[in-house]
Ligand binder design. Structure first.
Ligand SMILES: [Mg+2]
Length: 194
């Protein structure tokens, strides 16, 4: 597929597959839908606005209390019940033949166990999972993420940082795709240009 010999050794696994990093929430797992569902169960009368930024306090009537609601008291319920985005799991399964897929996800302490449960429940095609916020420290050719801070830090390491288009990341000026499938196609194209 590509001239892997020009890539740094750290970007390639022992079998010769190129490592690619994929974020979970906002990319594969629809965290926002999970959060809204659990929120509505607890506050059925509350109107939740469409989420267009990461400042969640602006969209939920409980304001700043949304953070302990999602990261502490209801993390398990939200993270285990959030649905996958349509097509995301299928794309990972399709491309794992060609790439060493690394899931890299930042989680609060209460989010770790439910995240591993979710990965197992949905049989996510991944060879490696990192629960950490400093994604730029993980070896790999490219990162797919929905959070522009993560993308900026990764891009500063000189690697390919690709944004999965969501209403909350429209400020990112770099490469942008609309699906996990499109990300792998872009990676393949970039590799042939190496
Ligand atoms: Mg994310």
């Amino acid at each position: 597929m590509s001239d892997a010999s020009r890539l740094p050794e750290s970007a390639i696994d022992a079998s010769g597959k190129i490592r690619v990093l994929v974020d979970l929430d906002g990319v594969v797992r629809d965290f926002v839908t999970g959060l809204k569902r659990v929120y509505q169960n607890h506050f059925p009368g509350h109107a939740v606005q469409e989420i267009t930024s990461r400042n969640l306090e602006a969209f939920f009537p409980i304001g700043e209390k949304i953070y302990p609601f999602m990261d502490e008291t209801h993390a398990e319920e939200i993270l285990t019940t959030a649905p996958p985005y349509p097509g995301a799991l299928e794309a990972l399964a399709r491309w794992e033949k060609h790439f060493h897929i690394v899931v890299v996800t930042a989680q609060p302490p209460q989010g770790r166990a439910p995240t591993f449960l979710w990965l197992g429940k949905h049989r996510v095609a991944t060879a490696e999972v990192h629960v950490r916020a400093d994604k730029e420290t993980v070896p790999g050719f490219a990162l797919l993420d929905d959070f522009d801070d993560n993308l900026e830090r990764f891009a500063r390491t000189g690697r390919l940082a690709v944004c999965l288009d969501r209403p909350w990341n429209r400020n990112w000026k770099g490469p942008r795709v609309h699906s996990v499938e499109a990300f792998f196609r872009l990676v393949r194209k970039k590799l042939t240009e190496q």
